[in-house]
Ligand binder design. Structure first.
Ligand SMILES: C[S@@+](CC[C@H](N)C(=O)[O-])C[C@H]1O[C@@H](n2cnc3c(N)ncnc32)[C@H](O)[C@@H]1O
Length: 317
């Protein structure tokens, strides 16, 4: 079985939200009730690894899948609690939507169409296969998990966030860069050039740039975004836990829509994966209503048993 995409329209949003929150309530005893900060320490260890689950003739056998990733991440609880010139401070820590999404995408058998080109779905894989693929992440935060675990499988990975986040993000990416062992990483931002490249490995261009949704209005002047248009045929715009208050919804959707249209106009196959941590029901409702009504986005809910046992709702555009 693979995950199912359920198209949403104005009529089905309410049923979708009702079902999702009813399920959450039924799981309440087993799910953490906090806001979704992964761990409240300044240095955290995080493993993203294949589950050991497959039972074969009475013996437990590790699934033969992708490699594990073991991160050490420096975050800032003081930064989270500070006030920062009207900028968001939520990016100073890691939020649990990201590891849940990474774990599912990398290792869950239902997520296979996002890892491998398969003939029986029309969903293009995120991982590069025969086509050149890019990921543009909005609101990356400081942890640098997706640029490593997804970056290790695509041709271009571009992390974006507000300016105050980028140096800490750079630090964590550099600290965990040895986890990048599938591909060879090149980057202007990290000053990694191709000179030591051992030709055996494909390269990933991993860049980091400021992209503030409240200031964003075109892509043409920003080199890392245009380079993706020039060098890739598939782009996924990915954003994890970036919708948590009312006033972010419009700037985020406007940015997403402009980026998406720009890549579509350039002829790229363009999709989005948006992970929401389910907190206030009205925020999720407003987000979906605006996405459909004001931005005309063909949004689908990703229906999957693993994700449904978490506080994450994943949307595919
Ligand atoms: C809850 S955090 C999630 C961070 C990261 N994706 C994760 O899962 O750990 C929300 C992210 O959105 C970013 N953000 C908030 N407002 C933004 C804006 N106007 N422009 C760009 N990024 C913004 C924050 O800086 C932060 O990194």
């Amino acid at each position: 079985m693979v995950f199912r995409l359920k198209p949403l329209d104005l009529d089905s949003i309410h049923e979708h939200i009702y079902d999702r929150y009813t399920l959450l309530e039924s799981l309440a005893d087993g799910l953490s009730q906090d806001l979704g900060i992964h761990q409240r320490d300044d240095v955290i260890q995080l493993d993203i690894e294949p589950p050991i689950t497959t039972k074969t003739r009475g013996k437990r056998k590790a699934q033969k899948k992708l490699q594990p990733y073991n991160f050490t991440i420096k975050q800032s609880i003081a930064g989270l609690n500070s006030s920062s010139n009207n900028n968001s401070t939520t990016g100073y820590v890691l939020w649990s939507t990201t590891p849940i999404f990474a774990q599912w995408l990398l290792y869950d058998s239902n997520a296979l169409p996002l890892r491998e080109e398969t003939a029986n779905t029309n969903i293009p894989a995120v991982f590069s296969g025969s086509k050149s693929t890019a990921v543009v992440e909005l609101g990356s935060g400081i942890a640098g998990i997706l640029p490593i675990v997804l970056g290790d499988h695509v041709d271009h990975y571009l992390c974006t966030d507000q300016k105050g986040i980028l140096n800490k993000l750079k630090y964590n990416i550099e600290e965990n860069l040895l986890q990048f062992n599938n591909r060879y990483c090149v980057s202007d931002f990290l000053h990694l050039d191709i000179s030591n490249h051992d030709q055996q490995r494909k390269t990933t261009r991993l860049e980091v740039m400021e992209l503030d949704w409240e200031k964003f209005n075109n892509t043409t002047s920003q080199a890392p975004l245009t380079r993706i248009s020039q060098e890739c045929s598939i782009v996924y715009i990915v954003a994890m836990d970036v919708i948590y208050n009312d006033f972010l919804i419009d700037p985020f959707l406007k940015t997403l829509n402009q980026l998406r249209n720009s890549y579509l106009n350039d002829g790229l196959t363009t999709h989005c994966l948006i992970g929401l941590h389910l907190r206030a029901q009205d925020i999720v409702e407003t987000f979906l209503e605006k996405a459909i009504l004001e931005y005309n986005l063909p949004i689908c809910s990703v229906e999957d048993p693993y994700l449904e046992r978490t506080r994450v709702s994943l949307y595919y555009i």
